[in-house]
Design a protein around this ligand. Structure first.
Ligand code: ADP
Ligand code: MG
Length: 280
């Protein structure tokens, strides 16, 4: 274990040394193999990505291609078996409050009210109460749940619970928000509302977001850039900047530019020749 960490640190140092751009996250030749007695599963073969400050980057790919594994490594919850993942010039090898996480399944503390859930991380960080209260009030407004501040998670719909999870993550002002299919379990109407809310939050606060999804429309709507992952053994197939208008409403999904992006990414995922040109 120690040997791998030391080697990763040496690799990270040389990547940082060679790299002059201001990247927030720099993933180089990442590999993850799960080894059991019977066999080795290569979840990630060789993935390199770079995410700049304030970008909203989505990663799309077929089920089982290693998206969650990649995000867990970025979160410091899992260890790579090769390559490096760097956040702000520091090798990621542990979880940390500098990264906020939102998962598909609802992860609120059931015994805490909505406002207590959002307060939770602030309390751990020993933020003075008055300041913490202001932060909580602000995010309750942002997610439009002020009237439900005293409610408990079980009293809320799935969409409302995910809004609280997003507020809880943002309240800690993380350097990066890591989201793993956060709207995957929601009905299509609620999902669209959540996408709009998420895009509006980004337009105002511009958090750096890494967003995992297998929903191409969702990726195009939300993102400044989309990485397309191949099936196993997974590598990055394409890196597509999304040049759509900055202030987006749901109607943008019906525009020809939007549809062209959707077709292009769908074709890439299905290994078809890309015959839809997207203007840039
Ligand atoms: N803890 C684990 N042990 C063994 N294999 C795993 C483990 N976690 C994930 N895998 C395997 O790694 C591959 C990628 O999984 P995952 O990252 O969850 O994919 P995705 O999120 O893209 O659907 C899959 O083949 C999965 O079965
Ligand atoms: Mg997954």
């Amino acid at each position: 274990m120690f040997g791998r960490k030391k080697q990763a640190q040496t690799e990270a140092d040389s990547v940082i040394e060679a790299h002059v751009a201001n990247s927030k996250i720099l993933v180089s030749n990442l590999r993850k193999a799960y080894v059991s007695k019977k066999r080795e599963t290569v979840a990630i073969a060789d993935v390199s990505i770079e995410i700049l400050d304030n970008e909203f980057v989505s990663i799309v790919g077929p089920s089982g291609c290693g998206k969650s594994t990649l995000l867990r490594i970025l979160a410091g919850l899992d260890e790579a078996t090769g390559g490096t993942a760097i956040l702000d010039d520091k090798l990621i090898d542990d979880p940390g409050a500098d990264r906020g996480m939102v998962f598909q399944t609802y992860t609120l503390f059931p015994w805490l009210s909505v406002e207590e859930n959002i307060h939770f991380g602030l309390k751990i960080k020993k933020i003075p109460k008055k300041q913490a209260d202001e932060i909580v009030d602000h995010y309750l407004e942002v997610i439009k749940l002020t009237p439900f501040r005293k409610s408990y998670p079980k009293e809320l719909s799935g969409g409302m619970q995910q809004r609280v999870a997003i507020a809880r993550a943002l309240a800690n002002s993380p350097k990066v928000l890591l989201m793993d299919e956060p709207f995957g379990a929601l009905d299509s109407q609620t999902k669209s509302e959540m996408q709009l809310l998420m895009r509006q939050i980004w337009q105002v606060d511009k958090p750096t977001v890494v967003f995992i999804t297998h929903d191409i429309e969702e990726a195009v709507f939300l993102s400044t850039r989309v990485y397309v992952m191949s099936g196993q053994p997974s590598v990055i197939k394409a890196n597509i900047p999304i040049y759509l208008s900055y202030k987006r409403s749901l109607e943008i999904k019906d525009t020809t530019e939007f549809i062209a992006y959707r077709h292009r990414i769908t074709a890439l995922l299905h290994d078809k020749e890309v015959d839809v040109e997207v203007e840039s």
